[in-house]
Design a protein around this ligand. Sequence first.
Ligand SMILES: Cc1ncc(COP(=O)(O)O)c(C=O)c1O
Length: 445
Amino acid sequence: MAQPTQARSLVTAIPGPRSKELQQERDAALPVGLGMTMPVFVDHAGGGIIVDVDGNHVVDLASGIAVTSVGASDPEVARRVAEQVERFTHTCFLVTEYAGFVEVADALNRLTPGDHAKKTALFSTGAEAVENAVKIARVATGRPAVVVLGHAYHGRSLLTMSMTAKNIPYKEGFGPFAPEVYRAPSPYPYRWPGGPEASGEEALAALKDLVVSQIGAHHVAAIVAEPIQGEGGFIVPPPGYLAGVADFAREHGIVLVADEIQTGLARTGAMFACEHEGVVPDLLTTAKALGGGLPLAAVTGRAEIMDAVPAGGLGGTYAGNPVACAAALGALETIESRDLVSRAREIEARVLPRLTALTGPGSVVGEARGRGAMLAIELVRPGTTEPAPDTARAVAARCHAEGVLVLVCGTYGNVIRLLPPLVIGDELLDDGISVLEAAVAAEQG
Ligand SMILES: Cc1ncc(COP(=O)(O)O)c(C=O)c1O
């Protein structure tokens, strides 16, 4: 099917009649725990437009939560997937191998930061990648403890949920949680009690104190951090913080794991967000954009750490499925050949000034922030920094009604995040941001 190209002017009513019917069926068939963001059912999508079953054309500023960076029907992904499905869909790499798995590993070994010898293991979901990074770090160091940050999000499995900070909806009622997970404060510049300038140094001091005085550095296998925190609120750490963590980890033989599942693969205007800080992690997790829409995840890292786990210790039935590998090779081809790293920077240059213009004394927008095509506004009670989750929900609902898909995130549920496909055209992007501006203006009163 051809990629949709027409603009949001084709929005009639959201939700339309067919989506409403399907919602009723959904309510009968699915548990409420799955939740839902925008009340439309999708017919087809691509290049920054989602066309729903009623023919509404929605501007996609979410990319399926940072997955379809190359668009939801990238021709290179579609071609390679179709070709692969014709040949074989599955063998289980642990049983009989195929070249696509090795080619994806080679690509990640080449693209990730650092010129040391690297190896990559493939999995299916982000949570699995983070779990496996911890498993590898534990075997490599012989230590049990894992240090994570406030506002972190690492997934919904037992270990990654334990590593995730926010209680509702991710953890409530799901305990008891995994042991040996310790949390240091996140240097959240906008909300740091001593002010943004002090946030890096003070948060680093708190992390060092936690590791050295409270856990004992010789018990710590890994420090796991998102280089820009995603679900927690698109929190960009202050300059120098990540480098300080990297130095400290190295000093104490602790494995530094960068969780680049949301930030990785061009999203932030660098191939990996660690590069903005000149940080080379020991292990790096990817998922989301890696598979171009198919489930694929990876742990890439120093060869000697990756090789610490004995044969058979890593894997899974679907880990590195051949169709997902084919999709990844297509997505990586598009990211590189279309220079989507530069495109993410262009998106930042085009959008961030408009978001920043929404801030100011008395505004409901407390801060605009982010990097590349990972941008956000934080909604507050005017004149304060008190989070305003109801305003964020209202702004998002206005955007949805106008045919613009934005997502809400943040520990306090008050951040509107923008994750457009990197292939989105300027006209669509500008249109989507105009709708967001109008929605904010309407809530400003
Ligand atoms: C930083 C980060 N880590 C891990 C995950 C979990 O990935 P998945 O949902 O594929 O398990 C996510 C998902 O949003 C994420 O943003």
